[in-house]
Design a protein around this ligand. Sequence first.
Ligand code: SF4
Ligand code: SF4
Length: 386
Amino acid sequence: MPVPPDQALRATPEAPADAGLAALADRCVQCGLCLPHCPTYRLDQTEAESPRGRISYIKAVAQGRLAPTPAGDAHLDHCLGCRRCEPVCPAGVPYGELLVGARAAQAARRPPPMKLRAAGWLLARPPLLGRLVDLQRVAGWLPTALRPALPPAPKAVAMPAPRAAAVREVAVFIGCIADRYESGTRAALARLLGAADIAVALPDGQGCCGAAAAHAGDSATAARLAAANRQAFAGRDAVLCLASGCQDSLARSLHAVAPVEDALTALDRLGDRLRFRPARHRVALHLPCTQRSVVRSDAALRRLLARVPGLDLVELPDTGCCGAAGLHQLAEPARADALRAPLLAALAGSGASELLSANIGCRLHLANGAIMPVRHPIDFLAEHLA
Ligand code: SF4
Ligand code: SF4
């Protein structure tokens, strides 16, 4: 239920201050230009569900002027972390950084619900999570914490052998839930790169990117996962990421260790070396928030798809976040469904027979509501390699 900002912000001079968080929040000049771009503001039409409202709350609490309240924390919980507010902000407020800091402070004073802690614990342990996902495929069983988010996983697909002509090798980030859901996509990427004489390596020891942990305020787990990935990718001269929602977190973890790039951006650069056969059906395209606002590989993806002769591509209208938003779809299933509804309506009216989306979280959430296959664009491109 919407809560007026003045109810959410109650003065408590004795609350501890957080100067770093307050300084970040102080960069907001309250212009409100971000409001129409924020999916939760569009959904609820209240200031407290806007970037400006959340920043005011974070700043007041961080300065020790106001007490954290259940209502104010609920508005912070509703933030999708989509970062659509960042590129439109004239003051350059680093909202993603601010959110991670605010959620860490929030988790210290009010631990997240058990369901989210259990899901976060599993995401940080991809081998165990993978075994549970396999169990769901064969026996239909899955822990309650994950059930709303996960459709059955496809069967594992083996990686193709590297071509003898390969002149270079790139590393590919696997991720947590994508370990089981994207084996076919990793094999498809290997086929596309192989066509340009590039081999793929999947380094051992890598794990979750840590974005879910950071957004849940669990900075210790996020730091542990970052350290494991730094060790796994040390010395690599290129690391490709298949999920736009993981890339920023991974790139921050691997800063000064290895460069991270969206796999679509890398393929776009190799585009002249790829030949595709014609497509014969209408395909819908969904652009995830993180692809639009953080990774910004949407133009590269459009160029790649334009190389497929005869492709009848329908780009879905930007109706806002699909509602997946990491663990948001588990924490707030009703809000996640409400955010997804206009996108599903546009998809149903598109005349397409499949949907492409480049982020694993969005794909799983959309697949739970869509009446057609939902795939990574790389699966589609590899299928149409000439
Ligand atoms: S991250 Fe997304 S949901 Fe959160 S305030 Fe920014 S635009 Fe709104
Ligand atoms: S656009 Fe930037 S400065 Fe303006 S209200 Fe939003 S976050 Fe604050």
